[in-house]
Design a binder for this molecule. Sequence first.
Ligand code: HEC
Ligand code: HEC
Length: 294
Amino acid sequence: MRKLMKWIGTGLLGLVVLILLAGVVLYATTLRRLDRAYTLPNEPITVPVDPVSISRGQRLVTARCGGCHGENSVGMVIFQDPMLGTISAPNLTAGRGIGGAQLKDGDYVHAIRHGVDHTGRPILTMPSEYFYSINDQELGEMIAYLKSTALVENSLPATRITPLGVALIGAGAFGDLIAAEKIDHQAARPATVAAGITVAYGEYLVQAGQCRTCHGPDLTGGKDPDPNAPPAPDLTTTGELTAWEENGFIQMFRTGKTPTGRQINPFMPWKEIGQMTNDELRAMWLYLQSLPTE
Ligand code: HEC
Ligand code: HEC
């Protein structure tokens, strides 16, 4: 009996050592992925300076980025857990980036379209695989707005992931958080889709609006990578939306309430996305109602 206990004890100890070793290996390989320096093509972009373009940029940045960088781009802590670490979306006012660095036009292109920061390292959680599609005109307007904002002081804790958090990211416990690894950085730019109340433009707006981060790659339902996030429902014709009709869809982004009067959970950035115009929301509605395509 005593011998059996000893064998079991040794076996358990061996298992613990194995798990620890696997954790250390996962930690080391993930750290390398997070520390990888990317060399990116130079994509020249025209950044306008006129007030109309800047105000268009403000609308687009609020709608697409406000859920993480805050309504006025002053940044916020988007995830905090004592065991796993802290992720802050930085304060972007007065043209600043991570750690208060002053960004150049090319730095914005790399951050937004490629998910790579001004030091060449991948940006965690920012969904650049969707922002990759943002066209040159809109990207220019967004950069113009970010550069033009007045400095607003808002000190945030630096992004810091614990070794356990790093190992769990490597194990894919929160999905795939490194957008830079999912993007073909050398690919030709997608063709620009003409603005209009069309299915094609709606498809562009849904892609650039990163709805898929939460509602899933085929928009039939999913969940934000944050473990505390509620599920995000099916937005296609197999979901509840069809019964809402176009006006109910638009009103949800204006009031935060569904046609049945239910208040939408704040994990859904309805107020920020509500910066989109009626015509833009109509185009998104047309696209969503055209799904699924088979
Ligand atoms: C899901 C959350 C999320 C969304 C949405 C998001 N970001 Fe970020 N962003 C982050 C995080 C997190 C960081 C970097 C954190 C770190 O490493 O300290 C970051 C960093 C940045 C940086 C700094 C890069 C540098 O080199 O210093 C810029 C600029 C930026 N984001 C712009 C945007 C813009 C513009 C949008 C909208 C098109 C956007 N972000 C949407 C989370 C987000
Ligand atoms: C950060 C995650 C996130 C993003 C990004 C996001 N959503 Fe949502 N969305 C949610 C969650 C969570 C809910 C469920 C909220 C509730 O039921 O209270 C939701 C609910 C909705 C609903 C209500 C659906 C229903 O059946 O009740 C609509 C419509 C919607 N989202 C559209 C969009 C569109 C369009 C986009 C992109 C422009 C988008 N969402 C981007 C998380 C997100």
